[in-house]
Design a protein around this ligand. Structure first.
Ligand code: ASP
Length: 245
């Protein structure tokens, strides 16, 4: 893929495991973002095996997981709903969140849904809304069933307390049709807050942008609407990263 980063030793056919050991011996902490799913877990495994105590942060592994995004998304969700995470953490059960568009490839959906739906944690009602072909992976569906999550899957928009909108993850070479969320859609489905892990896409238009010089964008964009939580999510990235480190 065009965004693949090749390190010099990778060009010499180095083992990933050796590279991890090199990084673990150079740095105090490793923040790893990989194109391939499962690589961060493999890196952590090799460090455990050889006794490096370097901490790892998974900053997104392919289509797998994005746990740091989940932390800031969870904080943003509480804040957007006017709740205090320490005092009100039980209040999310009974509320619903709909994950829109690329349930198949979006790692932020995979990580956040696991946390919000877990009955041991927040117990939210999960709704996965996508066009056919972009539903959540079967393994995740089975996990939700085994762990007794309350969830449903749909191919059309429906009411939810929160909408978590994603773009089509086109870097994996699959073009998906996306639902577009506008103030009218949020009104119609009683959506209290709208989230997006960003970047939003230009072509997919899943969350129309508000451009000062283009009046035609103003009525379809939520950017000036109090329900929009996506810039709050972005802001929370800094304190969450600081806290983790
Ligand atoms: N920035 C997020 C991620 O790394 C969301 C996205 O790319 O759509 O997964």
């Amino acid at each position: 893929p065009k965004w693949e980063l090749i390190f010099s030793s990778e060009m010499k056919d180095a083992h990933f495991e050796d590279e991890v050991r090199a990084w673990a011996s150079f740095y105090d902490a490793l923040i790893l973002r990989t194109a391939e799913e499962g690589l961060v877990a493999r890196a952590a495994e090799i460090c455990d095996e050889f006794g490096y105590d370097t901490p790892f942060i998974n900053a997104g592994d392919g289509k797998g997981e994005h746990p740091t995004q989940t932390l800031l998304d969870t904080l943003a969700l509480f804040s957007g709903l006017g709740l205090d995470i320490e005092r009100d953490w039980r209040k999310l059960s009974g509320l619903s969140i709909a994950f829109l568009n690329d349930g198949k490839n979006s790692r932020t959906i995979h990580s956040l849904a696991r946390v919000l739906g877990s009955k041991k944690l927040f117990g939210m009602f999960l709704i996965f809304i996508s066009y056919p072909g972009f539903e959540i992976p079967q393994s995740l569906r089975e996990e939700f069933i085994a762990e007794d999550y309350d969830f449903l899957e749909a191919h059309e928009l429906m009411p939810a307390d929160a909408y978590y909108v994603t773009r089509n993850q086109s870097e994996y070479g699959e073009e998906a049709k996306c639902f577009s969320v506008t103030p009218k859609v949020a009104d119609e489905y009683g959506v209290k807050i709208v989230m997006h892990p960003f970047p939003r896409s230009k072509n997919g238009n899943e969350l129309p942008i508000w451009l000062p010089s283009k009046p035609e964008t103003h009525s379809v964009s939520l950017d000036k609407d109090s329900r929009a939580m996506y810039f709050k999510q972005m802001e929370l990235g800094v304190p969450v990263s600081m806290a983790l480190l």
